[in-house]
Ligand binder design. Sequence first.
Ligand code: UDP
Ligand code: MG
Length: 334
Amino acid sequence: MKQAPAARPASKSGLSIIVPAYNEGQGLRSLHTRLGTLAEHLAARWGLACEVVYVDDGSRDDTFAVASDLAPTPYLDVQAVSLSRNFGKEAALLAGLDHARLGATLFMDGDGQHPPTLAEELVSHWMDEGYDVVYTAKANRDGEPLLRKLFAKVFYQTLNWSARHKIPEDAGDFRLLSPRATDALRRMPERNRFFKGLASWIGFKQLRVNYEPAEREHGVSSWNMKALASLSIEGLTSFSVAPLRIASMLGLLMAGVAFVFGVQILVETVFFGQSVPGYPSVVVGMMVLGGVQLIMIGIVGEYIGKVLSEIKGRPSYFVAEHSVKTLAKIDSVR
Ligand code: UDP
Ligand code: MG
């Protein structure tokens, strides 16, 4: 069952670091050490109280055992949340958000690709300059396969096509949200979540920081083409009706072409007495139309599926185990 997060009012001068972890048992200790150092810096520089929320997303390794064993420091509380199965990164992020007890939130991956050293810079944009959403974006995609780059391009073009609010290209999940931005994120009721989109959609003062993601410290990325495709469909259908519009426009185009073709045949038959030659054009026309119709039904189906899953209103995740360890004198730091 989903448990209510431990009661402690959100404080303006606190930061909850949310770390989704799927099979990251090997690397969590070194990440935790680095977060400990980060928390010490944040406390020294801004008197910020810190906690880290590790969300074990139904890992098959010892991630939860490791996470719940990690020691808090005088500057850093530790929460470990274990989900009842693998729900996917977006659900893990939501679980972290639900358990965060301090005002601001910082989302970072559990595989060491999001450097804690950069986190201090992100916090300074919030604390010193007053930005509400500080997000990071990959400085370049040079190392990535061509197909993936092309895929990303097409995805963002479609997503932002005719959208009033553009979602920034290449923004990653390493992002800091101020207390009011975090609250705004919490008030989004949808169950099909696409965090990048949501964090951008809420508005407020947003800042982009370019960075070069570090190499994964161990293990393998759990994203493959299939998972990426499914996240993209998720993102597209929850943020844009562009696919539906494309469908209607394609339909209009087809009808236009068919009309011109029809006029041509009519003219040929009436004025030139030519009979209509051959089947090929008929067959090609039928196949094209059939294919296009199937694709469009599929697109409409995606949206209906989304409506269905929102209507069912199931929780996005279930918590199996939860541990809180506190040493930080958060109340006195506040
Ligand atoms: N992750 C998760 N649930 C999943 C897949 C991934 O919580 O089902 C976490 C994973 O542990 C990592 C982050 O999401 O902290 C990013 O995953 P990964 O490194 O595999 O993706 P990439 O960095 O290649 O985009
Ligand atoms: Mg990674």
